[in-house]
Design a protein around this ligand. Structure first.
Ligand code: ATP
Length: 228
């Protein structure tokens, strides 16, 4: 589903690469934790998958496409196949929970009838059926993250990218979010999650890819957060 072949990314005006000769393959349906200290290159990795940046050298393949050759006009279609969730939720304030989820459908031109069907289904999946008409700012952090997850998966993406999705949540709420991501993964969505949350990584025992100063230093099946 995702393949990096000797990928190096050096940002403009930087001497040191943010990613250095990274090669890795992530298969369809996998759940992968991306770990590493701040600045190790996790967000850069995720942004290359989204084609927000191009690698300085090497190849990035996503869902059968070579992103280094992908014409710019095809990038929106690529991004439709990738759901994204961030630490800071990025919801639309002043709008209801249902409207926040429906928005993701409207921008890609789905019919009203389709939206009317899938939005309630998706809110049910994330356990927010009873909050559909509430304004998002009236919800707790955990609930807001559920809205963000609903929005990310409503278009049934092949890949879900989560960059520190539990970073603003307390431990108990984080467990609920992880259960949800696990359920989404089991329904055949490839999940890549960048995190500093060692408890979650240690509990879930999924594949762990560790970056250190831009280099891939560990790739472990059923891994833990740290090696020491
Ligand atoms: N747009 C940019 N321009 C220049 N340098 C950048 C840019 N984005 C990131 N970097 C640098 O690239 C390196 C890797 O950053 P990246 O954000 O990928 O790390 P990270 O592992 O996601 O960190 P964190 O855990 O703090 O989010 C860092 O040295 C950072 O300063």
């Amino acid at each position: 589903m995702i393949q990096f072949d000797n990928v190096t990314k050096t940002y403009e005006h930087q001497r040191r690469p943010a990613l250095r000769d990274v090669s890795v393959e992530i298969g369809a349906g996998e759940f992968v934790f991306l770990v590493g200290t701040s600045g190790s290159g996790k967000s850069t990795f995720l942004r290359l998958v989204l084609r927000e940046y191009q690698p300085t050298s090497g190849k990035v393949w996503v869902a059968g496409r070579d992103l280094t050759e992908l014409p710019r006009w095809k990038v929106p279609k690529l991004r439709r196949e990738i759901g994204t969730v961030f630490q800071d939720f990025r919801l639309r304030p002043g709008q209801s929970v249902a409207d926040n989820v429906a928005f993701a459908q409207r921008v890609i031109g789905k019919s009203r009838a389709h939206i009317k069907q899938v939005v309630p289904e998706t809110l049910e999946l994330v356990g927010l059926s009873n909050k559909a008409d509430r304004l998002v700012e009236e919800l707790s952090g955990g609930e807001q993250q559920r809205v963000a997850i609903a929005r990310a998966v409503v278009n049934k993406p092949k890949i879900l990218i989560a960059d520190e999705p539990t970073g603003n949540l307390d431990p108990a709420t984080s467990v609920g979010i992880m259960k949800l991501l696990d359920r989404i993964n089991r329904a055949d969505t490839t999940v890549i999650m960048a995190t500093h949350d060692s408890t979650i990584v240690d509990q879930m025992r999924r594949r762990v890819i560790e970056l250190d100063d831009g280099e891939l230093v560990r790739d472990q099946r059923r891994g833990v957060y740290g090696t020491q």
